[in-house]
Ligand binder design. Structure first.
Ligand code: MG
Length: 454
């Protein structure tokens, strides 16, 4: 498995085995060169390697003449919002998101608060490749500064949203269990839930970076939370990933919503309150089309990756958007996936509908997904996709991102990951069994093609 990946969204790798301080300084200095001097915001998740990475980032940015505003340990969406609020030219979130503990990464953010897009990211990479760093003289070296209110700013912005009625939520006195996986969630979520009048029970809220479970908030990784929700007789449970852009919901029965349904549920509420199109990536459940049809709303699909969704949302003036991994984007807050927002929208919906969490989940269109992956080493994914395309040329195909084959009530989506050397095979159908069978069928097909071409 490659231990270092460079992409338009930044640089990601295993610390001590690929991701070195030299690489980090280079990328930070390249980003500073691209920005050309001025203010830049830096925040990080709670990873143990965070301080080392942060100091290298500061060094690179300051050497390029950037004044660095340090907002400390916080969610990635907090960094995105701080960039806009503080009128900075850009930002860096130091986080490997849901990747295991040994990974870290830089996510690069533009002045819009959105991640860099393809063209912008390429410019930063070009600086590294050409060794074209901006090195300013001693009297122009950037200055570091601490800004302590970014988390409070983020909370206030959520509470101020028209869609969130804090009094209505507070009246219900929800009993909530939250699992922060010892990531950055513990810096923000306790205060948010207090403002919303919830009786909140926290698990793993210390931002130590020592993840007690696999950090991706998938059903199989949040079984402790499910148990705890039942034991505490809570109304709902929430799990976030280490940088708090992904949210998974657990019903009062201790059953996971399925991360797909965080966005489906949020969209169902938001579209009942305001008009506008919805933007999702190519892998998002068909349930979103059913919801959109109910409200006469148009659905736009993009490549997988927050920046593609966010840019399209900006372009079509979307009411809501996001990704099926528990990432909800509401444009009036900011154009980035935001788990604290997802929590507020979920509580709002429970408060307004008076439904139990399990009833809310049951009221949404029922689809099941299978999510599989195949590790690939130096293998040409395009040739695999071409072969599958040939085999299924008579079916409805969507090539927005990789290859998606659609049938009446099911689909399979095969694409290379942006962040890891793997092929993802997602499948969806009306039953779990069908979805899984469809997934396995295409794992076999892909493996078969790889074998034949060897
Ligand atoms: Mg994340």
């Amino acid at each position: 498995m490659a231990k270092l990946m460079i992409s338009i969204s930044g640089i990601r790798g295993v610390v001590g085995d690929g991701l070195t301080p030299q690489m980090i300084v280079n990328f930070a200095q390249a980003f500073g060169t691209y920005l050309g001097g001025g203010k830049v915001v830096v925040g990080r998740d709670s990873r143990v390697t965070g301080p080392m990475v942060k100091h290298a980032v500061f060094s690179g940015l300051m050497a390029a003449g950037m004044d660095v505003i340090d907002i400390g340990i916080c969610p990635t969406p907090t960094v995105q919002m701080a960039v806009k609020k503080l009128k900075a030219l850009g930002g860096i979130a130091i986080t490997a998101s849901h990747n295991p503990i040994e990974w870290n990464a830089l996510k690069l953010i533009g002045s819009s608060g959105m991640f860099l897009d393809e063209a912008q990211g390429k410019k930063v990479i070009a600086v590294v490749e050409k060794n074209g760093y901006r090195n300013v003289k001693w009297d122009q070296i950037g200055k570091p500064e601490i800004y302590e209110d970014a988390i409070q700013d983020h909370i206030k912005a959520i509470l101020k949203l028209k869609l969130i009625d804090t009094d209505e939520i507070a009246r219900r006195k929800f009993r909530v269990v939250v699992d922060c996986v010892n990531g950055a969630g513990g810096t923000l979520l306790p205060a948010l839930l207090e403002e919303l009048g919830c009786e909140a029970i926290f698990m793993n809220e210390e931002p130590t970076g020592l993840f007690p479970r696999a950090p991706e908030p998938l059903p199989e990784n949040i079984t402790d939370l499910c148990e705890r929700v039942k034991k505490e007789k809570a109304d709902v449970g929430f799990a976030v990933d280490p940088d708090v852009d992904r949210l998974a919901i657990v019903t009062e029965k201790g059953e996971p919503f399925g991360e797909e349904f965080t966005l489906v549920s949020a969209a169902n509420y938001v579209l009942s309150k305001k008009n506008g199109p919805i933007v999702v990536n190519a892998s998002v459940s068909r349930a979103i089309d059913v919801i959109a049809a109910k409200f006469n709303s148009e659905v736009f699909r993009t490549k997988v990756g927050e920046i593609y969704v966010a840019k399209k949302m900006e372009k079509v003036k979307a009411a809501i958007g996001g990704e099926g991994n528990g990432g909800v984007i509401l444009p009036e807050l900011h154009l980035g996936r935001d788990a604290p927002l997802g929590i507020a929208l979920t509580l709002q919906q429970l408060a307004v509908t008076r439904m139990k969490a399990s009833e809310l989940r049951g009221s949404l269109p029922q689809y099941f997904q299978g999510k599989n992956r195949i590790e690939i080493k130096n293998y040409d994914v395009a040739s695999i996709l071409k072969e599958i395309e040939k085999r299924y040329k008579n079916e409805q195909l969507d090539k927005t991102d990789g290859l998606k084959i659609l049938w009446e009530e099911s689909w399979v989506h095969i694409r290379p990951s942006n962040t890891e050397p793997i092929i993802r095979i997602y499948s969806e159908a009306k039953t779990k069994e069908e979805a899984e069978a469809l997934g396995y069928r295409f794992i076999n097909e892909v493996e078969d093609i790889i074998k034949k071409n060897k």
